[in-house]
Every structure is written in C-alpha cells, then in structure tokens.
Design a protein around this ligand. Structure first.
Ligand SMILES: [Cu+2]
Length: 304
C-alpha cells in the first residue's frame, strides 16, 4: 500500500515535470516564431519579385492560396461539427434522404465548378500576360550551353559568355580545401553578369545549343526552357527603384555540371545601361589604324 502510494506520487511528480517542460517548449517555440528574425528565417512563401509580372504571379498565387484556406476551413469545420454534433452516443441516426439525393449531387458539383471557374479566369489572364512581350524596348537572346550561358543584345552585336565565377569553381572541386561558406554567393556568382536597365520592358529569347536548359530568375517571375531548335519568349520590366543584383540558376537537369551554371542579372539605371552598352560596342570595334601621314607641304604660290 505504502509502495503504491510512493509510486503514484513519483508518477505525479514526473508527469508534472513533463507537462512543465512541454509548456515551456511550446511557449519557447511560439516566442521564437513571433520574433521578426524568426519570421525572416522561416519564409516559406513565394516572394513578390521586382517586376510587374512577378507581382501578378504572386497575386494569383495568394488568391488561390486563400481560396484553398477557405475551402479547407469550411470542409474540415463542417466535418468536425458533424462528427461531434451528430455522434451515435447522442442518439443520432443516419438521414436516408441524403443517399442518392439529386439535390445534394447538384450542389456539390456546382460549387466546385464555380470555384474552379473563379480560379481559372485570373489564372488565364496571368498566363496570357506572361507571353505578351509586346512593346519591349530591348531584346536579349539567351542561349544555354553545357554549362554556361551566352547573352546577346539583339541588334547591337554585343554578346558574351557568362560562366561560374572562378572562386566558386575552385571551391567546388573535390578536396579543394576551400570552405564554401567563405566564398560570397557560392555557386551563385558569374564572371560576366547580364546587365539590363531598370524601368524598361526587356524581351528575352531563350534557346539551347546542346541539351535542354532552363533560364530561371525567380525575382523576375521567369522560368523558361532553353530548348535546342526552339526559341521561347519571356519578358520582364524591373521597377525603376529596384536597381540591384538578382540571381538564378539553370532549372533543367542538363548534365554533370547542371548545378554550376548560375545566372546573375545586374539591374542598372537607364543612363548607366547606355554607358555600359556603349563601352561594350566600342570594345567590339577594330582598333583604329595609325593616323595618316601629313600631306606634303603645298608649293609656295608664285608672288604676283
Ligand atoms: Cu543547364
């Protein structure tokens, strides 16, 4: 009897400790999630990007997300309510009129149809928008190679290859001895970034030279397959106040070094872009030849 009493006291103490630990753990987790830094580290959602297209894609995503939340709340709420309220122990009996009821069948077909149409309309609008490159002021041809990108500014003759940055490339080698954490933007840096102006609609023509790649820049809302023999079209117009560097990667498994062909886009002001483009065009010009020898002096005119 005494032994049993001691055991019960021990168990109660243990349970009390466990519940205190559990409460402390839950409180700690809630505090951590409430902290702004934790929010920053736990960002699972899409970002709204830096151009009008990426914002529209984000808007569509959030619209459908909240529709799904609403459907979940209604369906699971109704289900839990029914399970609790109409339980057998309370004397509930099945309603046979709901079996094979045409009215119910029509209602639960009609409601999802209306929901799907309400989602399809904005989805189709954004889909059409992604392919509408009309009014672009600049065209860039993007070609995927194993394992680098080529950028060509259509109509200017300016083109260059953009490959993985040397520092990242050295660090990624087996037994390189270089700590990848010590390399800024490890595997997300290139030697020659794509340079584009802010506030300008840019048309991107994406193709592949060997196998299928995919040009993916999340901040622009673009992920376009680069397929040999095809030219896929995309566009972006970065907000004028979103000058900066944006990064992406090849998003189609394209061979051994698929993970080592990043994309870096440097967005600059319109003026800076013109200066940069002029420099690139000037660099393409052949070096000017030596100035022509001075013409022999003309014979002095006879005195009159
Ligand atoms: Cu690739």
């Amino acid at each position: 009897m005494v032994k049993t009493g001691m055991m019960i006291r021990k168990m109660t103490r243990k349970m009390g400790m466990n519940s205190r630990l559990l409460t402390a753990g839950v409180a700690g987790l809630l505090l951590a999630l409430a902290a702004p830094a934790a929010h920053a580290a736990w960002t699972f959602n899409l970002t709204s990007g830096v151009d009008s297209l990426s914002r529209d894609i984000y808007g569509l995503h959030m619209l459908v997300f909240w529709w799904c939340v609403g459907i979940g709340v209604v369906v699971f709420g109704f289900m839990v309510f029914s399970i609790v309220h109409y339980r057998h122990s309370k004397g509930a009996v099945p309603d046979p009129t709901l079996t094979h009821s045409t009215r119910v069948e029509v209602i639960w077909t009609l409601i999802p149809t209306l929901i799907l149409i309400s989602m399809a309309v904005p989805a189709a609008r954004v889909l059409i928008e992604t392919t509408d490159a009309n009014g672009a002021q600049l065209a860039i041809r993007v070609t995927g190679y194993q394992w680098k990108w080529e950028y060509e500014y259509v109509g200017t003759g300016v083109h260059f290859i953009s490959s993985l940055d040397r520092t990242s490339d050295a660090a990624r080698q087996l037994d390189s001895g270089i700590d990848p954490y010590s390399v800024p933007n490890y595997l997300l840096e290139v030697d020659h970034p794509l340079v584009v102006p802010a506030g300008v609609k840019v048309r991107v023509l994406v193709t592949g030279a060997d196998v299928i790649h995919s040009w993916w820049v999340p901040a622009f809302g673009i992920k376009k397959d680069a397929i040999p023999g095809y030219v896929n079209e995309a566009w972006f117009d970065v907000d004028p106040d979103k000058i900066g560097t944006y990064r992406g990667q090849c998003a189609e498994l394209c061979g051994r070094d698929h993970g080592f062909m990043p994309i870096v886009v440097k967005v600059v002001s319109k003026q800076d872009f013109q200066v940069w483009l002029k420099q690139q065009e000037d660099a393409l010009k052949p070096p000017t030849s030596a100035p022509p020898a001075p013409a022999p002096a003309a014979p002095a005119a006879p005195a009159t």
